[in-house]
Ligand binder design. Structure first.
Ligand SMILES: Nc1ncnc2c1ncn2[C@@H]1O[C@H](COP(=O)(O)OP(=O)(O)OP(=O)(O)O)[C@@H](O)[C@H]1O
Ligand SMILES: [Mg+2]
Length: 429
């Protein structure tokens, strides 16, 4: 789904920390010039904002020449195009290691549309934010390219390649295998941890401003990594409640209070997270124009199926084929409802959301859906192996899976790689 970027800049003059200032550059294709271009955007902010942190931390970013990235993508071959968003096209490519030794590595190269000011501004924001942050649930930026040559202004970004595309692809594109319940919970937890880190784990608050399922990328173990920091903003300093900004984001995900007032807080991201929770539960997009009118807006539709009512399970994604815990799903829907409070102050902090998701994982080992209860007699359980049937059929298997997920929740704070391998194995069993 494409972003909307409409101008509603009420109080730029009141703004203390503005987005990186745009500098038009007359630079040629040289790495020093590209680096200066980003650092030159670092002026006019309060002490130790993102630009200052960028100066301090972003030494590992590679500065590419346009020709290198063109070669890496076979001249931006359509065959290597893996996606297209509001800001440009994404290509799969291979780049040589910086020291020239070893095998080329796979990368995703985003080539921004050549729409001048807006594109450049987003490119600068992306480089600055991703140059500063460092978390297992955020996509890694490998490097960037700025080339203002004969071909016009070129702005590119090279990221670590995420082989399992995005959460959006897996939820809504029927050519992908449906995600299991456990993997959905794993992805929600990872995405929540990524947002919690942005909001609460850095010297400055970072508000993503465009959190949505297409910006949750999935690595080889289906671990969630947030992407697209082109619209990210620094949050308010301690003496302020919000920052006032032009309203940007994506229809269907942006918080109504933010759209109405332009007042941005971390709780705007929390709203978007609530929307994505419902997408994960239902397998429906936040807005679907090809459905009957009453079902087009996901949040309006799910209101008719409250989390504590009997009819709640009717909204669950049919692609789950009833392989989920109804109790856990209902708790997660209630969590989504708290994220979707009209009053932004009543929404939980992302660290609380992380906590709640972990608790659901821990306490849901005994919860089973009505369908699962019907599997209590082994003959009703089509998949239960012999030895499981003797121990109580699929319910035991379910308990083991949920206990495993709870363990994942306990361990996830360290966010080690092994844990997710364990999760994958559990899925295969
Ligand atoms: N690092 C990456 N590795 C692998 N695939 C990626 C990577 N980054 C993006 N993609 C793919 O490219 C697609 C388009 O991404 P992009 O961020 O440009 O647009 P979008 O998120 O779909 O929309 P919008 O521009 O509104 O944010 C993604 O959905 C994903 O499938
Ligand atoms: Mg994106």
């Amino acid at each position: 789904m494409k972003c909307f970027c409409y101008f509603k800049d009420r109080s730029r003059s009141r703004q203390r920390r503005s987005a990186p200032e745009l500098k038009t550059s007359g630079t040629s294709d040289t790495s020093g010039a590209a680096d200066r271009l980003i650092k030159s955007s670092c002026s006019a902010t309060s002490p130790r904002g993102i630009p200052e942190l960028y100066e301090e931390k972003a030494h590992n970013l590679r500065v590419f020449r346009f020709s290198e990235l063109r070669q890496a993508t076979n001249d931006f071959s359509r065959l290597l195009k893996i996606g297209e968003g509001g800001f440009g096209s994404v290509y799969k490519g291979r780049i040589k290691p910086e020291d020239g030794r070893g095998e080329p590595v796979l990368v995703a190269i985003k080539k921004l549309n050549q729409d001048g000011v807006q594109g450049h501004k987003q490119w600068v924001a992306e480089v600055q934010f991703l140059g500063v942050v460092d978390h297992p649930n955020l996509v890694k930026l490998i490097g960037y390219c700025a080339d203002d040559g004969e071909r016009g202004i070129q702005r590119l970004l090279a990221y670590e390649f995420m082989p399992n595309k995005s959460l959006e692809d897996h939820l809504f594109n029927k050519t992908y295998r449906p995600l299991s319940w456990e993997v959905r919970l794993q992805i929600l937890l990872g995405a929540a941890q990524g947002l919690a880190y942005l909001h609460e784990g850095l010297e400055v608050q970072v508000i993503h401003r465009d959190f949505k399922s297409s910006n949750v990328l999935l690595d080889e173990e289906f671990k969630a990594k947030l992407s697209d920091f082109g619209l990210a903003r620094e949050g308010p300093t301690a003496d302020r409640t919000h920052v006032s900004t032009a309203v940007v984001g994506t229809h269907g995900y942006a918080a109504p209070d933010y759209i109405e007032t332009g007042h941005l807080t971390t709780r705007s991201d929390v709203w978007s997270f609530g929307v994505v929770i419902y997408e994960v539960l239902t397998g429906r997009r936040s807005v679907e124009r090809n459905r009957p009118r009453s079902e087009q807006k996901l949040l309006d539709w799910v209101k008719h199926y409250p989390a504590d009512s009997k009819k709640f399970i009717m909204i669950m994604d049919p692609r789950l084929e009833n392989q989920y815990s109804a109790g856990a799903a209902s708790k997660i829907a209630k969590l989504a409802d708290s994220c979707l409070q009209k009053n932004a102050k009543e929404r939980p902090k992302m660290s609380q959301v992380v906590q709640s998701l972990m608790e659901v994982a821990q306490t849901s080992s005994g919860d089973r859906s009505p369908i699962e209860k019907s599997f209590d007699s082994p003959e009703n359980c089509p998949t239960a192996p012999e030895n499981e049937a003797s121990q109580g059929g699929a319910s035991e298997s379910w308990k083991r899976r949920m206990a495993h997920l709870a363990k994942l929740g306990e361990q996830v704070e360290g966010s080690g790689r092994r844990r997710f391998l364990m999760m994958q194995r559990a899925k295969v069993q």
